[in-house]
Design a protein around this ligand. Structure first.
Ligand SMILES: [Ca+2]
Ligand SMILES: [Ca+2]
Ligand SMILES: [Ca+2]
Length: 629
């Protein structure tokens, strides 16, 4: 397909060289950062980017608060911590048809630890919607983010921008930062070039310009190619729920796909992705003659990735890749994503206007709301896109959702740039899909898993690494060798700090060739495990909750072992009905209770004979060793 054959490479090359050579003093990049290359609007018919009409949404807010009772989670399913309050706003045109899916979604959010408030919006302007959000933000419970579902109000921002020696050019675009900054001042007052005061498009942002909350959009109203709007939304929430419970398995790797002019970003972009994925799981494709439409589509057709990150030119409905020395430019259309239905969950789209949710058939929405895969995308509604994103990936790697990672990144970059620079590059940033999602540490531990947070904390601390296929096996029973591995790594401060075992094995059934040899020896050396009378360890025996309390209590006083607990007297004994004071592990269980490691079941019992599973194990470890924060 060569419909886009033009001399755009020459044009872009000149712009880039110019941009590199003569930027204004106040727009200089940081000391070690090259000047970003603009992602340009490049359409197959050569037409310039059209201007946006004024948003249709008007008037005072008409919102109905949606009842909470419908999605109240069952007791015990709620995680004990709070991730803050999220406001879910759904367009009334969609609500009735997607209400059951929405209930599941809100229940999942609460199971993950969010407090949810929800509104059905019948009408209202962007200003009145922002008022609703800022009102919630100011309440004592505050607000961390908002999920906008359906065709909901937005604003258009306009500016004149120049790159290098270019004459200033006009651009207008939907600006969701308007809803994320709840206490800054947004005005329509500027007269400059084609920017005009009082024309319904904002043009000045001052005051407390930092962002208070994240805002994301799940809007299928302009994606008829994907099907009926309600069906597309329901399908999205079905995928979302599946991901939450540990489904939607994809290869845990990232594709970094950079067209010719961004080839120099290969190392930096790969390093960023490697913050979240292992280095071996980051696939970089940046060779100018390799990055083509056909190569990209062949990957979509045959490969699976958790993340695709691409930098290229495009429009709201397509992006493209140059070849033949830049002579030919071929588009990948949003509709190609429908045809190929790629096995990809997340998209980082550094594509001009790729996230413009006001455009019919917009790229980011198509990728995210696609039939089988796709959950979240970040990109821009204008030229530019995310740059200097290490803080974004750092935040994701530490367990943040996309929304929180976005705010972390934005706070980082906004202090490094003057407002004019920031507006060119980042004011069009939009989050498409559910921003409460994030990178999943293990493929079978979804975000609604009751101990997902503890399991992730153990992984981050180097205590668990899961199975080779990316699974954690949360319901697998814990054996004595696994237990020793968990505890030794936690005591040592990570796997790499567990020393090699001695030349002479302590236990005849855990020799130097045993996978857990070092950890079993370390646990023995620290008085945590003792083994059996005949110098055996019995590595494959399972561990019950009584034994677990013993090992954890000893680990907490390591390396003293039993000697460190011999004088311990519970100060405020819990006295579980099923753990009498003469129970063999009574002291250890009380010691764990006193150290906030365990609290027993809802019925008041401890159940010392119950075998410990890997999810419970993570909870014991995360709490005992303070890994949660
Ligand atoms: Ca204006
Ligand atoms: Ca602010
Ligand atoms: Ca190329």
């Amino acid at each position: 397909m060569t419909v886009g054959r033009r001399v755009i490479s020459l044009l872009v090359g000149i712009l880039w060289l110019a941009a590199c050579s003569s930027v204004a003093e106040d727009e200089l990049p940081g000391p070690d950062q090259p000047t970003p290359l603009p992602s340009r609007w490049v359409s197959s018919d050569g037409a310039p980017k059209p201007r946006h009409a004024l948003p249709p949404h008007r008037g005072p807010l008409v919102a109905r608060s949606l009842a909470r009772r419908s999605w109240s989670p069952s007791a015990g399913a709620v995680q004990s911590h709070s991730k803050g309050r999220v406001c879910v706003v759904v367009a009334d045109a969609n609500y009735d048809e997607i209400a059951p899916a929405l209930d599941v979604y809100c229940r999942d959010l609460e199971a993950e630890g969010y407090d949810v408030v929800a509104y059905e919006l019948a009408s209202g302007s962007a200003e009145s919607l922002r008022g609703l959000l800022s009102g919630l933000y100011e309440e004592p419970a505050s607000l961390v983010g908002a999920v906008l579902i359906g065709d909901l109000p937005y604003v258009i921002y306009e500016l004149m921008q120049s790159f290098a020696d270019e004459d200033p050019r006009y651009e207008d675009f939907p600006c969701d930062l308007f809803f994320m900054d709840l206490d800054g001042v947004w005005q329509d007052v500027v007269e400059e070039g084609d920017v005009h005061a009082d024309n319904g498009k904002y043009d000045l942002h001052t005051g407390e310009v930092g962002l208070e909350i994240w805002v994301c959009r799940i809007d299928a109203s302009r994606l008829p190619s994907l099907g009926n709007e309600a069906d597309v939304l329901r399908n999205y929430f079905e995928k979302n729920h599946l991901y939450g419970v540990g489904g939607m398995p994809v290869e845990r790797r990232a594709l970094i796909y950079l067209d010719d002019q961004w080839a120099h970003k290969g190392a930096g972009d790969s390093d960023c992705a490697a913050i979240v994925y292992s280095e071996a799981a980051v696939e970089l494709v940046a060779e100018p003659e390799t990055t083509t439409r056909s190569d990209y589509l062949s990957r979509l057709a045959t490969q699976g990735y958790e993340l695709i990150h691409t930098r290229c030119h495009g429009t709201a409905r397509d992006h493209g890749y140059a070849r033949d020395g830049g002579e030919i430019y071929d588009e990948v259309y949003a509709t190609d994503y429908i045809v190929y239905d790629p096995r990809v969950l997340f998209f980082s789209l550094y594509v001009c206007s790729g996230a413009d949710y006001t455009a019919d058939g917009y790229l980011a929405g198509t990728a995210v709301l696609n039939r089988s895969w796709g959950l979240f995308a970040w990109g821009s509604t204008k030229m530019g896109g995310m740059y200097e994103e290490a803080p974004f990936y750092d935040s994701l790697a530490s367990g943040s959702c996309f929304g929180k990672a976005f705010l972390t990144w934005y706070e980082h970059v906004r202090h490094r740039r003057t407002p004019s620079w920031a507006q060119k590059w980042w004011y069009g940033m939009a989050l498409i899909g559910d921003a409460t999602l994030g990178h999943r540490v293990f493929r079978d531990v979804g975000r609604t898993h009751w101990s997902g947070r503890e399991i992730a904390a153990c992984a981050r601390a180097g205590v668990v690494s899961g199975y080779a296929d990316g699974a954690y096996g949360p319901s697998v029973e814990v054996s004595r060798d696994q237990m020793a591995v968990y505890i030794s790594r936690a005591v040592a401060g990570g796997d790499e700090h567990v020393p090699p075992g001695p030349p002479e094995p302590t236990f005849w059934d855990v020799g130097a060739e045993h996978w857990a040899f070092d950890c079993v020896e370390y646990a023995a050396e620290n008085g945590i495990v003792e083994g059996y009378w005949n110098r055996s360890y019995r590595p494959t025996l399972t561990v019950d909750r009584g034994q677990m309390a013993v090992y954890i209590a000893r680990a907490l006083v390591a390396p003293e072992g039993e000697a460190g607990l011999v004088d311990y007297v519970p100060s405020d004994p819990r006295d579980f009905p099923d753990v009498g004071s003469d129970f063999w592990a009574y002291t250890h269980i009380e010691y764990c209770v006193e150290n906030d490691v365990v609290s027993g079941y809802d019925d008041g019992n401890y159940y010392p004979d119950t075998i410990v599973t890997r999810d419970q194990m993570a909870v014991y470890i995360a709490r005992a060793f303070g890994l949660l924060n």
